[in-house]
Design a protein. Structure first.
Length: 278
């Protein structure tokens, strides 16, 4: 157990962050044509702490983690640890980037540079997501899988009329999200996994997590999601006949989760982590 620097943003940073996000969004949407439909999508377009990257998006088969900074060094930015960004990006199979920003005399923020204005956080070279596009099939990292699972549960809670307070996608940080209903604040510990797993166990340090979370609310839940490549949905008739007619059991071919490919899910019930009375 260790506490995480939440990286709370101030109003000035939020203005800069909005301008940076709008700029990246414009760059990505330029290529949302028929042949590139769905190539650009946001992963982090919110300031819900903790913040390791300030913005993140997928473009084709690549993922980009961005920290923005003021070239005049007048802006206080939350969690501007570039080394931490590089380490986290490596773990998530993402490309760590810096986005330089400048505020003019009219107090308007604009990116500095050419094209997407992205700079490598590793060697300072210019990064052009268009030039980095390839046809390589890249398997989703554990972070991507967990981010997808957290988002699915968050969206479900929101669609049920709950207010989402905060959420984060680090698979080693819990709780995964906080929400508010008529009874007050509640938290969710999210488990994530890949097919052919049938169940995701609760964290080993569950009691420590509950104790820390109880400072805000004693009411929490555990919910897990298992993702499966859509190609694993199709029944294999050969395997079926070999098993049913001849009693021969062969292992099913498991297709990995690939960035941008379709998948389906199995979500558990929201399992209460506190005593309930009926």
């Amino acid at each position: 157990m260790y506490k995480i620097d939440m990286g709370i943003s101030n109003e000035d940073f939020q203005e800069c962050w909005i301008a940076a996000g709008n700029f990246i969004n414009q760059c990505g949407k330029k290529y949302k044509k028929a042949e590139l439909e769905g190539f650009f999508s946001w992963l982090r377009a919110h300031l819900s702490p903790p913040l390791i990257e300030h913005l993140s998006f997928r473009f084709g088969n690549k993922i980009y983690f961005i920290q923005i900074y003021d070239i005049d060094y007048n802006l206080k930015t939350p969690n501007d640890n570039v080394e931490g960004l590089v380490r986290f990006s490596k773990r998530c199979s993402a490309i760590p980037c810096l986005l330089p920003m400048k505020r003019d005399q009219k107090k308007i923020w604009s990116p500095v540079g050419k094209g997407w204005c992205l700079i490598s956080a590793i060697d300072g070279s210019q990064i052009d997501p268009i030039k980095l596009l390839t046809n390589e099939k890249i398997e989703m990292s554990d972070w991507e899988v967990h981010d997808t699972c957290v988002t699915l549960i968050k969206d479900k809670l929101y669609n049920q009329g709950n207010e989402i307070l905060s959420w984060q996608s680090n698979p080693d940080v819990f709780p995964s999200l906080w929400y508010y209903d008529e009874e007050g604040p509640k938290y969710v510990i999210v488990g994530s996994g890949r097919y052919p797993k049938t169940e995701i166990l609760k964290p080993k340090n569950l009691e420590d997590i509950k104790e820390e979370a109880s400072k805000m609310s004693p009411k929490g839940f555990y919910c897990y999601v298992i993702l499966r490549n859509l190609r694993n949905n199709k029944p294999n008739k050969l395997l079926f006949y070999l098993n049913q007619i001849f009693g021969i059991k062969l292992k099913e071919k498991i297709f990995p989760l690939i960035r941008g490919e379709q998948m389906n899910l199995r979500m558990s019930e929201m399992l209460p982590l506190y005593k309930t009375y009926h």
